[in-house]
Ligand binder design. Structure first.
Ligand SMILES: Nc1ncnc2c1ncn2[C@@H]1O[C@H](COP(=O)(O)OP(=O)(O)OP(=O)(O)O)[C@@H](O)[C@H]1O
Ligand SMILES: [Mg+2]
Length: 328
């Protein structure tokens, strides 16, 4: 089977905390529509990227797929099995095959655990190896992620390492179980700019070695460009454009994608003319989603129809989907 993950009309609404006065005045509940009906598939062996500005629902999507949170509605299939309905033993298996890499390696590492022990920990939890064998595996992983000599690094603590080295530890810990699928949520956004490429290369090396599939989450299109096979662009909880990376990055069709791209420096000055400004500094919040096309308040091209009718995500050419009245 080609597809590894299939997401169908996935929604996650968080209840909005009301102030004391609001509680007295109204019984109405308000919701943050963090993810508001998205569908996509991730194919085996590809790097599928979700891109978009802060607050558009990228992390929530990743957490749903990792089964760290339950969806409000919709379905997520992994290997054709609905992961929202996994039994305990199946969930254990899923937790072995699917590993996360998060933005902040410091927050995801126990400050009191030696990094070598942190790396071997998953082996022990999953009963794959223990004792000397687990220690040997951890030393091997340290060398593989470039923390050498491994014997020295084994006994250090997270505080002894730089941000880039800590992310190498997080990668080693994710890879030691030889997973199939990685959800990497902004894995290099806190890393010094001079080290970003080396961390990405390390992730690509493991992809080749283990035949991994990635869900890669980023707000930086310049980084998406470097590694993605396909890209989905999200805006306020919805996918507005999705397709092969090259297509999305060189010839985007949705005004939002085009605006996002104009924020990325273009090496070819001839393409300067395509710049589209986005109106408004901060995206409209996912609490009060605009009617019609949710991008309409910021879209320089919005028409009457865009204010009233929500555009569907339509395949405009093979494998390239756009949700915009001006395109479809
Ligand atoms: N546990 C939660 N409770 C309430 N609201 C939440 C919760 N988690 C996320 N949200 C809200 O859902 C929306 C989407 O958040 P999410 O973290 O998925 O965005 P993001 O695209 O990952 O943003 P960033 O680029 O800043 O990481 C935001 O408005 C956020 O405030
Ligand atoms: Mg996020």
């Amino acid at each position: 089977m080609v597809e590894l993950v299939r997401v169908e009309n996935l929604k996650k609404y968080f209840p909005l905390e009301k102030t004391f006065i609001e509680k007295l005045l109204t019984r109405e509940r308000k919701w943050v529509k963090a993810v508001d009906g998205i569908s996509f598939t991730i194919r085996r062996g590809e790097i599928f990227t979700i891109a978009g500005e802060t607050g558009c629902g990228k992390t929530t999507t990743g957490r749903l797929i990792l089964r760290l949170i339950e969806p409000t509605s919709g379905k997520i299939f992994y290997n054709d099995v609905d992961i929202t309905a996994l039994k305990k033993a199946e969930l254990r298996d899923f937790r072995r095959r699917v590993q996360p890499i998060f933005q902040d390696p410091y927050a995801s590492l126990n400050p009191r655990m030696k990094i070598g022990d942190a790396i071997k920990h998953p082996l022990e939890i999953h009963g794959v190896a223990s004792g000397r064998e687990a220690r040997e595996e951890a030393l091997k992983m340290l060398a593989e992620v470039g923390l050498t000599p491994p014997e020295k690094f084994y006994n250090l603590f997270p505080k002894d390492l730089s941000g880039g080295q800590r992310q190498r530890v997080a990668i080693a810990r994710a890879m030691i179980l030889k997973p199939e699928f990685i959800v990497a949520d902004e894995p290099v956004s806190m890393i010094d700019v001079s080290l970003k490429a080396s961390i990405l290369r390390l992730m690509l090396k493991f992809k080749e070695e283990l035949g991994l599939t990635y869900l890669f989450i980023t707000h930086e299109l310049a980084i998406a460009k470097y590694i993605s096979d396909r890209i989905a662009v999200m805006y306020l909880g919805k996918i507005v454009e999705m397709g092969p990376a090259r297509r999305i990055l060189t010839d985007p069709l949705h005004p939002y994608t085009r605006a996002l791209l104009s924020a990325v420096p273009v090496p070819n000055p001839e393409k300067k003319g395509r710049k589209i400004p986005i109106k408004g500094e901060v995206p409209v919040s996912p609490i009060n989603v605009p009617s019609g096309c949710r991008f309409n308040p910021r879209c320089p091209l919005a028409s009457e129809k865009c204010l009233k009718e929500e555009p569907l995500l339509i395949e405009v050419e093979k494998d390239h989907f756009v949700a915009c009245h001006l395109v479809s």
